[in-house]
Ligand binder design. Structure first.
Ligand code: RUB
Length: 343
């Protein structure tokens, strides 16, 4: 559970801060869709969360800025805890509530109406920024595909999709090999989307990676989290693919916005790996007394990664923290830092 509980001095001094705030129905429904993977992929999750914050603000019938802001925090907290391995989600929520708080404290926002408009504008700006980031990554990534290149990918990353489509447009990409991605088969999304875009695609089971790796020129995967050591957290199976690609001397890239970087890892916080329900694998009643594990992600060490293809360019994993840490000012352990944000 990520705690967004932080207060302005006014809030701290007020007995009213104990008021129980409600999360809008739309927010609850978006939380459910993120948990069930109806909304899937780190960027879609972050975008949906920012949209949910705006819906929370719009639905508010709060009678004071303080109350409306408390509702936003409650919604941010609920959204941030939907999937533990999603720093882009946490970064987006942290930025939105911090920007709002800064304006409340500097009296630039002094009514509920102004807070509502501000949160709506934050959503619009965020969506614009992430689309620009993806376009930049697509340009950089497409140029890393050799002429008539064959690309290997895993799971379903909207960012990798953008790279592949751009590489195809530039007539660099000849075909893609993609895994089915057990247990939730996100690779099927990838295969269908590529095929619908007219890109030749071969679909394989996850365990066939070694059998096909010699047929490819380059591997592209997405990212859920990037740590301060330049390690990558992505869909379970990514680390195996990276190790096999490394062994065969095939470049391995992760296409990722810098907002997948987890600033908390600079403070020694380990990235938590989400473990999902065993029922995603089998009907557990058929396996009494069997211990079933279902981690959603794994960690690929920096040494296996040729580079991160980001919105600020193609960056070696060892240099990434340095390149992006300026973008995350004062990001210490969340509760501590946000409390320091008081004016
Ligand atoms: C999806 C996954 C993707 C990253 C990046 O996992 O691991 O590679 O989230 O996606 P899940 P994007 O299906 O469990 O969300 O590039 O779209 O942000």
């Amino acid at each position: 559970m990520i705690c967004f509980a932080f207060e302005t001095p006014e809030l701290q001094n007020s007995k009213l801060f104990m008021v129980i705030v409600l999360v809008a129905k739309e927010v609850e429904s978006i939380c459910a869709d993120i948990r069930s993977l109806k909304i899937q992929g780190a960027r879609n999750v972050a975008k949906a969360a920012v949209k949910a914050l705006a819906l929370q603000a719009r639905a508010s019938s709060a009678s004071s800025v303080r109350e409306a802001y408390s509702e936003l925090l409650e919604a941010a907290d609920a959204l941030a805890s939907t999937r533990p391995t999603e720093p882009m989600l946490r970064n987006a929520l942290r930025n939105a509530v911090r920007h709002a708080l800064a304006r409340i404290n500097s009296r630039k926002i002094s009514s509920v109406r102004e807070l509502k408009s501000f949160v709506a504008l934050e959503e619009k700006n965020y969506l614009r920024d992430v689309e620009q980031a993806v376009s930049a990554i697509a340009e950089y990534g497409a140029r890393l595909v050799l002429k008539n290149g064959v690309v290997f990918t895993h799971c379903h990353s909207n960012t990798v999709m953008a790279v592949l489509k751009r590489a195809f447009e530039l007539k660099r990409l000849s075909s893609v090999i993609c895994t089915e991605t057990r247990p939730r088969f996100q690779g099927r999304l990838t295969a269908r989307e590529l095929s619908n875009a007219g890109i030749p695609v071969t679909f394989i089971v996850d365990s066939a990676v070694k059998a096909f790796i010699d047929d490819v020129d380059v591997v592209f995967v997405g990212a859920d989290a990037i740590t301060s050591k330049g390690d990558l957290v992505n869909k379970i199976g990514t680390a195996t693919i990276a190790a096999i690609a490394f062994q065969e001397d095939i470049p391995f890239y992760s296409a990722s916005e810098i907002f997948k970087f987890d600033p908390l890892t600079l403070w020694g916080v380990m990235e938590e790996i989400e473990e999902r329900d065993a029922g995603e694998l089998v009907d557990v009643r058929d396996f009494p007394k069997v211990k079933i594990r279902n981690p959603a992600f794994d960690l690929t060490l920096a040494k296996y990664i040729s580079a991160f293809v980001t919105d600020v360019g193609v960056v070696a994993p060892q240099g990434l923290a340095h390149a992006v840490s300026k973008q995350f000012p004062n990001c210490g352990p969340l509760e501590e830092t946000l409390k320091q944000d008081k004016v």
